[in-house]
Design a protein around this ligand. Structure first.
Ligand SMILES: Nc1nc2c(c(=O)[nH]1)N[C@H]1C(S)=C(S)[C@@H](COP(=O)(O)O)O[C@H]1N2
Ligand SMILES: [Mo]
Length: 309
């Protein structure tokens, strides 16, 4: 991304009206990036194996998971993605993998998943807005793909990019965020066995509103790290820019580890509302690293998690 946009727009307090009244409308380049040229069949129903990394918490229903979404490319409200995401063409799809890797190239989705064992990972999912779900993802470790393309020792971070296709993504025809949406991980986070590329939910190909056909899931971090509809993965030497830390650097950090002891400047992160729990359900306590402390705390040994939030 060549330009840094500054704004007081926050993930959770914007409405379409405010955006239309207050935000400069940025016309995105009309020539949308073609997703790729390698044609192939859509992913069929997925054969998956269970994973020891799954939580035994009760998963949300597919209905809940596909009707309460954050995917600003399709609008700001939680139901906009369900209403609008059908316009996105996800087949064919390819991912450009490059930077500090031995085998850079444009890989078709069929190629990426060929020979890969898809695992069913039931993960807690915690949005920075203090709601949460339990989602039965189907996917595989990001490490599997990174190992295949050969990450070079000089690569310390991985950068990710969502497809840029304003003709199919109405939110990209507005200036609500700088497009395309970008995210990043430190290399050890990217290589961690909990970090997956997900291609489905409940054994079905990824619903479009959830980031079809392939999205990142990093369960110990706030949801905005889990970038959707990925078309580019780049191994880099320096910490890459990320969409939300550019929008509001004092509110959304690069690390974004779920941490009940570090509140958001405008709300508490000590508890969360589980979607589907009903209007009167009690909030539940938010767990350090979203309950994955045992697995990931070692990654952050000696780091000041207030400074690197
Ligand atoms: N490209 C893109 N990825 C994104 C977002 C987005 O707006 N655009 N929203 C993020 C946020 S804030 C959350 S909470 C999760 C929501 O994922 P879900 O809708 O599948 O639950 O996606 C993340 N990935
Ligand atoms: Mo989020």
């Amino acid at each position: 991304m060549s330009q840094v946009y500054r704004s007081d727009l926050k993930e959770s307090d914007v409405t379409p009206k405010e955006v239309y009244l207050n935000r400069r409308q940025i016309m995105t380049a009309a020539g949308a990036l073609a997703a790729g040229s390698i044609a192939g069949p859509a992913l069929a129903k997925l054969a998956t194996v269970a994973s020891p990394y799954s939580t035994d918490a009760k998963p949300n229903t597919l209905q809940e998971i596909t009707n309460y979404n954050n995917f600003y490319e399709f609008g700001l409200s939680k139901t906009d993605p369900a209403d609008n995401a059908h316009t996105l063409t996800t087949d064919p799809w390819s991912v450009e993998i490059g930077g500090l890797v031995d085998k850079p190239g444009t890989y078709g989705l069929e190629d990426i998943v060929k020979g890969v064992t898809l695992e069913n990972r039931i993960y807690r999912f915690r949005c920075v807005e203090a709601w949460s779900m339990v989602i039965p993802w189907d996917g595989f470790p990001l490490k599997t793909l990174l190992d295949r393309v050969g990450v070079q020792p000089s690569a310390k971070f991985v950068a990710f990019q969502t497809v840029l296709r304003p003709s199919e993504m109405p939110g990209q025809r507005t200036g609500i965020l700088p497009w395309p949406y970008v995210e990043g991980l430190r290399m050890d986070e990217a290589m961690h066995p909990l970090t997956i590329l997900a291609t489905g939910i409940y054994g079905e190909p990824m619903p479009k509103q959830d980031g079809a056909p392939i999205r990142l899931v990093v369960p110990w971090k706030y949801g905005f790290k889990s970038i959707k509809s990925i078309v580019k993965i780049t191994a880099v030497a320096e910490e890459p820019p990320t969409t939300w830390s550019q929008m509001a650097p004092n509110e959304y950090g690069f690390y974004a580890n779920v941490n009940p002891q570090v509140d958001h400047p405008r709300w508490s992160q000590k508890s969360e509302r589980r979607i589907g729990g009903g209007l009167f359900a009690a909030r539940q306590p938010t767990l350090m690293f979203n309950g994955y402390e045992k697995e990931v705390a070692g990654l952050y040994k000696g780091m000041d998690l207030r400074k690197f939030f």
